[in-house]
Design a protein around this ligand. Structure first.
Ligand SMILES: [Zn+2]
Length: 296
């Protein structure tokens, strides 16, 4: 999520009702590893948006929180919605208003074992007037929490690839996802060696994104996961509109085309990669994470 630095919790609880419909299970199963389903943009039609995504074969959704005010909302969504998994973290664009107590709350919630990852966390040196030291402090503190709880990290990185890599090398969380990856091949390699998958979404659908498309086409298939970042980052066919999770299907088709492989192969590999790094339950449909013997 790139926009908006205030952290509202606008939606009424009623907006979360009606999401309990069972999902069809069938091939292909795609996993959207990054979308902001808790955003107020989805309040009018969240259940319908999910239903359309499922019709398109997108059956699992990882929803990272961006600030403390959204933690309970993201957790509630995951509790009530099959196939939705929560990540908890403080986004670099939200650290300005966050404090020690936000980290303490995050610590408590992670200890409860309800999150599949710590995120979305990271560094954003693109925004004007950013406070690098403050971003770094929150990033490091959250990476340490990820390491302590054995959780992967979902990373937001803008103009800060090397600074993020330096923090990872120092703190060594167990891995995770570099969301909306847009670095070099060399940086991609460094993330992969540190146990990270690289997230690709709507940006690869723009024919002008040559460098990104080359990355998406040439990086090892076992390093790639899919994401929409909905409601942000719309693909080329939805330019200027709200991005929707159902768009993941066409993003996946685009990526398969770029790589010259069958869609089914891409779908299977990226879903497998997402499960491997996020430790999602093997079978979805329960909407909550169980901390069991699979995670050590
Ligand atoms: Zn995001």
């Amino acid at each position: 999520m790139a926009l908006g630095r205030t952290c509202p919790d606008r939606a009424p609880a009623s907006a979360l009702r009606g999401l309990r419909s069972p999902q069809p299970s069938g091939f292909p199963v795609l996993i959207d590893t990054h979308l902001h389903l808790d955003a107020a943009d989805f309040d009018p039609d969240r259940a319908a948006a999910l239903a359309r995504a499922r019709e398109a074969g997108v059956n699992e959704f990882v929803v990272p929180a961006v600030c403390r005010e959204r933690f309970s909302r993201v957790l509630a969504l995951a509790e009530t919605t099959p196939g939705v998994f929560p990540a908890l973290g403080i986004h670099p664009l939200y650290v300005g208003r966050a404090g020690e107590s936000d980290l303490a709350t995050l610590d408590e919630l992670l200890a409860q074992g309800r999150a599949v990852a710590v995120g979305e966390i990271g560094l954003d040196y693109y925004v004007e007037g950013y406070d690098a030291a403050r971003q770094q402090a929150f990033f490091a503190a959250q990476l340490k929490l990820a390491r302590r709880y054995g959780l992967p990290a979902i990373l937001h990185i803008r103009r800060a690839q090397d600074a993020v890599l330096a923090a990872l090398r120092q703190i060594r969380p167990k891995g995770g996802i570099a969301h909306a990856f847009n670095g070099s091949f060399q940086q991609a390699d460094a993330f992969i060696k540190l146990g990270f998958k690289l997230g690709f979404g709507g940006a690869v659908t723009f024919s002008g994104s040559r460098r990104l498309r080359r990355l998406a086409a040439e990086l090892p298939l076992d390093a790639i996961v899919l994401e929409t970042d909905a409601p942000d980052m719309p693909p080329v066919w939805a330019r200027g509109e709200r991005n929707m999770p159902e768009n993941l299907l066409r993003v996946a088709q685009t990526l398969a085309g770029l790589r010259g492989i069958p869609f089914e192969e891409l779908a299977e590999a990226t879903s497998h990669n997402a499960r491997a790094v996020l430790v999602l339950p093997e079978k979805s449909g329960f909407g909550r994470v169980r901390r069991d013997s699979k995670r050590k």
